[in-house]
Design a binder for this molecule. Structure first.
Ligand SMILES: Nc1ncnc2c1ncn2[C@@H]1O[C@H](COP(=O)(O)OP(=O)(O)O)[C@@H](O)[C@H]1O
Ligand SMILES: [Mg+2]
Length: 608
């Protein structure tokens, strides 16, 4: 069998240990304890009916009720009894199965809900390091695997465990000597399953990792379909997909090979035991130490005995697979969000209805340093202060740290040194929900959700009225194109906004930000996808958009921030120049050079 990558091993090791994971999952079953007890009772009823059947036949045979001492009424009574217990058994089995499925489905629903909610609560760094595809596997198939623990494994443990005990009891009652001889097979069964168990589990683990890689790859690819097509990456992507698919297939085939081998070995063992019983029991019948009916019952029992043991070991594998899934889910559930709410958050007191926050919107960075990883600092000793309702610009080359700066203000990450305050209050002292309610951000990349245009502007918040939505769209300059859509504000957004142009999506994002009436508005290269004409419209609207709030603009085109109160010039994680356009031009430094370099294109834009 191919070895699991070292990387995966380490990954598994980092995850919570099985015991904690399992304890957590069993917690999900606790509310269903009463139903579970009913299930156990039904299982016991079913098993008793199963064990009684061979016994009834044995009575008929050993009393020789048909040939030597024909006794019609007795046979009829036993026959009816047999029928009766069969019906009871069926009923018990059916009800128990239905109840168990019902429980299992509810448990898995709860786990899936919690998992989703928890993932949503996690901090940005988690999403930096976890692929979406793998998370999708966690939420979809891992939760299903875990539900198997409740529906298959627990059921098997009770049903098969009790079956084995009852059958053993019945055998001992019938004839303890022959019973003891047949119990000899038990250690053999246990030994063989133990040998197979590790192999099956390793195989399973291997296949699972291959599977989530395949899914991850597929998800990533579907997300980047445009790129794939534009850059003619089909062949390369196909090759990679084929390789991943091949490894998954090989893993699967290997898994099935071992499990078939295991099953066949097991059933051969079962047949051997029946033969052994025929031999030992047959001898006993010949020597008249037992009756034929007893032998019949023994042979039935030994078969009844093998099925549950087989099922138990198979379900032992289910347990293993559920455990692996449980560990993976547990790993996610036990991941604490890195950015946490303070234990004693500041309360923001609403001033009035239109300005519900009583926050002025003064933003201050004080000696802030930050790195995404432990040993690579991205921002170095950043200090600046923006008065309430000011309009400030940030410029700098790609990778200078502009977006990072905004991510810190919104507290997507926590800083390593210094402080970031709003109205003098550290962002870490706000509830994240409050902090985010204070701010809105418009980025170059716009995420739209399934729903209508209006839903996407109000982001499904019922407290934002249609009038506010419309007003926001008007201010953003989105109203005209929205009304031209079939359905207008109620037009459905298809597949992440595929029915809208990039520019239209960006205007929607502007409207969305405005509908929230934020105190601090962040525009991160927000006009990059707009054509010059639209940008110009927005540019004129920018004063309206910025009115009454602090506006931080990362400029895509320098002309956007020409009127800014202050412009901060960033380079390699530092602010290297600051001042308004006139001052910076007069200084003749980095900014002046940037403006000169971009001048020809800017002029082109103005002409367009
Ligand atoms: N999520 C992230 N994880 C690790 N490094 C990042 C992440 N985001 C950005 N960086 C790094 O931080 C630096 C600054 O990036 P960014 O703030 O996006 O620059 P800008 O917005 O000015 O183009 C870059 O070197 C980039 O590689
Ligand atoms: Mg950026």
């Amino acid at each position: 069998m191919p070895k699991i990558d070292e990387w995966d091993e380490r990954r598994e090791a980092r995850m919570s240990d099985s015991a904690t994971a399992m304890r957590r999952l069993v917690g999900y079953a606790r509310p269903h304890l009463r139903e579970f007890l009913v299930v156990v009772a039904l299982v016991l009823v079913y098993i008793v009916t199963q064990v009684m059947q061979p016994w009834l036949v044995k009575i008929v045979i050993d009393q020789d009720l048909i040939v030597r001492h024909p006794h019609f009424r007795a046979v009829l009574t036993i026959g009816l009894l047999y029928l009766g217990i069969t019906i009871i058994g069926l009923f018990a089995n059916f009800t128990q199965n239905r109840k168990l499925q019902w429980m299992g489905q509810r448990i898995v629903r709860d786990i899936r809900n919690d998992l989703f909610t928890h993932i949503e609560s996690l901090s940005m760094r988690f999403f930096d390091t976890h692929e979406t595809g793998r998370l999708i596997t966690n939420v979809s198939s891992d939760t299903n695997q875990v539900s198997q623990f409740f529906t298959s494994f627990l059921l098997s443990l009770i049903q098969d465990g009790a079956s084995v005990l009852f059958v053993m009891g019945a055998m001992l009652l019938l004839d303890w000597r022959i019973a003891l001889v047949s119990f000899v097979v038990i250690p053999v069964i246990v030994l063989i399953s133990a040998l197979f168990r590790k192999k099956l589990r390793d195989n399973y683990r291997y296949t699972r990792t291959r599977y989530s890689r395949l899914i991850g790859y597929t998800a990533e690819n579907l997300g980047g379909m445009r790129i794939t097509q534009i850059f003619h990456q089909h062949d390369k992507q196909m090759r990679q997909h084929t390789a991943l698919n091949q490894r998954y297939t090989a893993g699967n085939i290997n898994e099935y090979r071992w499990s078939v081998l295991f099953n066949r070995t097991f059933s051969a063992l079962g047949n051997l035991s029946v033969a052994l019983m025929m031999w030992v029991g047959g001898e006993a019948v010949l020597h008249r130490t037992i009756q034929v009916g007893v032998l019949y019952a023994f042979i039935s029992y030994i078969q009844q005995f093998f099925n549950p043991i087989n099922s138990l070991t198979q379900n032992w594998n289910t347990l293993q697979t559920s455990m692996i899934s449980a560990e993976r889910i547990g790993g996610v559930l036990l991941t604490e969000p890195e950015v946490v709410d303070p234990s004693d958050p500041v309360e923001i007191v609403p001033a009035d209805a239109r300005d519900p926050w009583g926050v002025k919107g003064e933003v201050r960075f004080d000696h802030v340093s930050f790195g995404y990883g432990p040993d690579q600092e991205v921002l170095h000793d950043i200090s600046f202060s923006v008065p309430p309702q000011a309009f400030v610009g940030f410029v700098g080359e790609t990778g200078a740290g502009k977006s990072t700066l905004m991510g810190l203000l919104t507290r997507f990450y926590d800083i390593q040194a210094g402080s970031i305050t709003i109205d003098g209050i550290d962002v870490r002292d706000f509830r994240q929900a409050d902090l985010h309610r204070l701010m809105a951000i418009v980025q170059q990349e716009v995420n739209l959700f399934s729903g209508t245009v209006a839903d996407n502007i109000r982001l499904f918040r019922p407290d934002i009225s249609d009038a506010v939505v419309r007003e926001a769209a008007q201010t953003a300059g989105a109203d005209a194109f929205i009304r031209a859509l079939p359905g207008g504000y109620d037009a459905p957004i298809r597949a992440k906004g595929a029915n809208l142009s990039l520019g239209q999506r960006q205007l929607l994002a502007f409207a969305r930000a405005l509908a929230l009436n934020p105190k601090v508005l962040i525009l991160d290269e927000a006009t990059a996808s707009l054509d010059s004409a639209t940008e110009m419209i927005l540019q004129e609207g920018l004063t309206r958009i910025a009115a009454g709030r602090t506006t931080l603009v990362i400029a895509h085109r320098l002309s956007t921030i020409r009127e800014a109160d202050v412009i901060y010039v960033m380079d390699h994680g530092r602010i290297i120049e600051r001042g308004n356009h006139v001052e910076l031009m007069a200084k003749g430094g980095y900014y002046a050079r940037l403006v000169r370099q971009s001048a020809p294109t800017e002029r082109l834009h103005q002409q367009a």
